[in-house]
Ligand binder design. Sequence first.
Ligand code: PLP
Length: 396
Amino acid sequence: MSRFLYADHAATTALSPRALEAMMPYFRDAYGNPSSLYAFGQQAKSDLDAARAEVARCLNAKPEEIFFTSGGTESDNWALKAVAELRGGKGRHIITSSIEHHAILHTLEHLEKAQGFSVTYLPVDSLGRVDPQAVKAAIRPDTILITVMAANNEIGTIEPIAEIAAIAREAGVLFHTDAVQAVGHIPVDVSAWNCDMLSLSGHKFHGPRGVGALYVRRGLRLPPLIHGGGQEKGRRSGTENVAGAVGLAAALREAVDGLEARSVLLAARRDRLIEGLTRLPCSRLTGDPVHRLPGTASFVFEGVEGEALLLHLDAKGICASSGSACSSASLDPSHVLLAIGLPHEVAHGSLRLSLGEENTDEDVDYLLQAVPEVVEYLRNMSPVWDKAQQKPVWNL
Ligand code: PLP
């Protein structure tokens, strides 16, 4: 294999050299435990607090509103289960969208099955957008939480979070957003958005894997998900991952500082991909063409199996994804693609190319050459593709 082209930044990203550099001392020399009273430990504590302050600055939050976790999945679990525990006595209804990540959907399923909560899964339109008025209409007297993702991991659609959060606030309902795909990629301001809780994850913006954070608005006393030695002001126990927190903060600072310039660059490359690949017959863009993450281009190609597409692209040195990373191994079509109204047979032919700033114009050229070659090859092999008419037989 002569070429390696990573176009799966929505799955994970390479650690930024600056984040790595910032982390190194904590693996070697500065290994003190932040809970230890001697100066060596207290130095680690003050470095951890500096990382917390930096994350807070990047989100327009206060340092005491940032709690480090093991990643997006833990932050999502904590927010949902903690609100269920805190407010479950007042009501047992939760509102969400049907295109959330499984870290949200499976947690809600657990709350339904194990604790008798009832969940409204709001539909989305064909672009993957949640209608704020539908959120408003779904609120009941026993609604305790609304959780809607800031940006979708499969189709890149950005949701109207500030509008939804304002509706939640007006109704006196807590609002959480899974902003794992948004933070570091689009401007995120917890005050302007008016959210009560927000999840983020380091490895989606060139920070380390296995570290994330939950923003919790001051005054909201969430019970812990993980009990133990009382770290993170008693809300998230376990000896702190100082290297991880420092690396996350360094990566986030870098991502936020360069956000505007990078977005313009990425969006231009993304749009070249969209323009080129939607020219293929029976292919279309999935997600919102306007409210869209700058690096994410997602498609369906009729008459093609997404898994076969990925394997053939892999043979050409291209790392891409079909649906979300965790569901790529499953044969069921993605719940997101079904929710935007695609029929099963079309949803099977999905491809997500998610670019990062290290991708070049030449990478885009290569993708624009390789993807059509593979799509054409697979269609010519497929019993459902009518070669003469250049469309699948189910459209005949
Ligand atoms: N939420 C969204 C929208 C995601 O895209 C992901 C990761 O793919 C997660 C949550 C889970 O984050 P983590 O991998 O840090 O657990």
